[in-house]
Design a protein around this ligand. Structure first.
Ligand code: SF4
Length: 399
């Protein structure tokens, strides 16, 4: 490894020893220890930015691990709190997160009504500003605590998305990010008759194309499009529709910019990134549904470099591959072994390559893709260690 590589600590769910010291929980503690929280100062307000999920989703990060990380932060003498958007915070109790279970308060990142916001200049493709959550903005330390999973819009939801989308107001998320595709024209109204537009609508198996006849206006929902190109086939000879990589990439480029604005608020020694690669679902936790895991559990990663941890996360998921039998029937994945696609791009389409955002983030100077993976308590290293003799519970204990 060169001197420019970033350290990424890794604890695998795989085990080599049945002793508690080699369990996954112990590995999580070890990764947090390696991260070295000593740069957190007494009384610092530590924002632990999570995605707390919605409604019936139960695969957000288990409170069991959240509590351990909160306890580690408290040992520094700082004041940690869990933060996310107001709705997710208010109903987090349904997924087991309370101040009692987590060990610290849960505070909406942008005030009780999504109104405590800071205008943040981005000047990207017609979007001049985003509104950053004021509570996140005001914090001294950032712990970006992440459940790694797929995402229908950009392939992957991880540490970058947790800040880029999860750090800004609902208006920024839904009106600005989720309309950025309009910055590149993809439909030529003059070439398309109303009859042809209806044919295009019918051609999409996922109903991603919407047409308003009175206004003669066609919209493509890039969020749900898996680039099967059936609409482009239907458009042959007319040429009114275009699906370009650059259109799909806009969302990821904007995410890298949004993330850079959040990170600017924190000195490098007060930024920590922890990704859990467990319960890896195809859709993000914002769907609020239970979903089958489409990749085996892998483990936990910790780093001070957001680009390195995201690259390592995606690489480990690529190495693990998909559990094809668990892919929900509503997807039309590309499982052709001859195509070289990341598992998330197999599900969400080749133009939603999850590495795109990592490239943009590196270009913006947020970190490096060049990482050194350092495994803690690896199964092989613990295999020959002596496990303590198992003692059955002889009487109930309170602590
Ligand atoms: S590429 Fe496929 S999924 Fe996307 S809009 Fe066209 S038909 Fe629909």
């Amino acid at each position: 490894m060169t001197s420019e590589s970033a350290k990424v600590y890794f604890g695998s769910v795989k085990q080599g020893n049945r002793g508690k010291f080699a369990s996954f929980a112990a590995k999580v503690d070890e990764v947090v220890k390696k991260l070295d929280l000593s740069t957190i100062e007494k009384k610092d307000k530590v924002a632990i930015k999570m995605h707390l999920g919605y409604e019936d989703g139960y695969q957000t990060l288990p409170v069991f691990f959240v509590r351990r990380i909160v306890e580690a932060v408290k040992k520094t003498g700082a004041f940690p709190f869990i933060t996310d958007n107001p709705t997710s915070v208010y109903n987090a109790v349904n997924r087991g997160y309370t101040s009692e279970t987590c060990g610290c308060p849960l505070i909406p990142f942008d005030g009780v009504k999504d109104k405590y916001l800071y205008k943040t200049q981005i000047d990207f493709r017609g979007v001049d500003t985003l509104e950053m959550g004021g509570v996140l903005h005001d914090s001294d330390v950032l712990i970006d605590l992440v459940h790694a999973k797929g995402h229908n819009t950009c392939g992957y939801g991880g540490a970058i998305k947790n800040l880029a989308i999860g750090g800004f107001s609902a208006q920024s998320r839904w009106q600005k990010y989720h309309n950025i595709w309009d910055a590149i024209p993809y439909w030529d109204s003059k070439k398309c008759t109303p009859g042809h537009a209806k044919k295009l609508v019918e051609s999409c198996p996922d109903r991603c194309i919407k047409y308003k006849e009175v206004e003669h206006e066609l919209k493509l929902e890039f969020d749900m499009c898996n680039q099967c190109m059936k609409c482009i086939e239907a458009d042959k000879g007319v040429g009114s529709l275009q699906l370009k990589q650059e259109s799909f990439s806009l969302f990821q480029e904007m995410m890298a910019i949004g993330t850079s604005k959040v990170l600017e608020r924190f000195p490098p020694n007060k930024r920590f990134f922890i990704n859990f690669l467990i319960d890896i679902t195809a859709y993000c936790d914002c769907w609020g549904i239970g979903q089958p895991a489409v990749v085996n559990d892998i483990g936990v990663l910790g780093s001070k470099d957001i680009v390195a941890i995201e690259k390592a996360t995606l690489d480990l998921i690529a190495k693990e591959g998909l559990i094809e039998s668990m892919i929900p029937l509503y997807f039309r994945p590309n499982l052709d072994p001859k195509t070289n696609l990341h598992p998330f791009a197999r599900i969400h389409g080749p133009m939603k390559d999850p590495y795109i955002v990592v490239d943009y983030a590196q270009k913006l100077g947020l970190g490096t893709k060049n990482y050194e993976l350092i495994e803690v308590l690896s199964p092989v290293s613990t295999l020959t260690m002596k496990a303590p003799t198992h003692v059955s519970e002889i009487e109930p204990t309170f602590f």
